[in-house]
Design a protein around this ligand. Structure first.
Ligand SMILES: [Ca+2]
Length: 177
């Protein structure tokens, strides 16, 4: 047990690099297998369980399918011109009549608990260097918002103005033609 714990500490302390190595447990069943999703060639993905439509990359990144639309395993999120990590208020510049910030419950619904760093299916949602994503879920304390740290797939609390997090937009099924 002690050795396992030390191993975990070593793992946590060595994952400060931009692209850390994702670790997945073969003993835990995947909750976000690829077949739960319908990946489109426009950078969006439909979650067939919740019917929500997600952007595969955060705001500020563009999907690169590497010329193989039918093979999502090699897809990456490439940084574009826009800033990608921003204060909570700035996220609303990317919201329109269709795309919005997810609630904390919605964002937690695409976490993959089989994996750590990040706790996400990287075929469906390609990796980016940071780990915290904004949600639309606010608290009674006026300057605090729920965000999700995808390293372990946990709900955390961030300050609206001081923190700079990623934005992954979501769209309701009814808003999709
Ligand atoms: Ca591809």
């Amino acid at each position: 047990m002690r050795i396992k714990l030390l191993g975990l500490i070593a793992l946590l302390t060595t994952t400060t690099g931009a692209y850390a190595e994702q670790v997945c447990s073969p003993r835990i069943n995947s909750v976000t297998p690829v077949n739960r999703f319908e990946i489109s060639d426009d950078g969006t993905v439909r979650d067939l369980r919740t019917l929500l439509l997600w952007q595969r990359c955060p705001v500020g990144y563009n999907i690169d399918d590497k010329g193989t639309v039918e093979y999502p395993e090699d897809d990456t999120c490439e940084p574009g011109e826009q800033a990608s990590q921003m204060p909570w208020v700035d996220a609303f510049a990317f919201v329109d009549e269709n795309w919005r910030l997810p609630t904390v419950k919605e964002l937690m619904s695409i976490m993959e608990y089989k994996c750590f760093d990040p706790a996400m299916n990287l075929t469906v949602f390609p990796e980016v260097p940071g780990s915290r994503f904004w949600t639309s879920t606010t608290y009674l304390k006026i300057d605090e918002v729920a965000s999700v740290d995808i390293t372990a797939g946990v709900n955390v609390v961030d300050r609206k103005v001081q923190a700079e997090n990623y934005v992954r937009l979501v769209r309701d099924p009814a808003a999709t033609p």
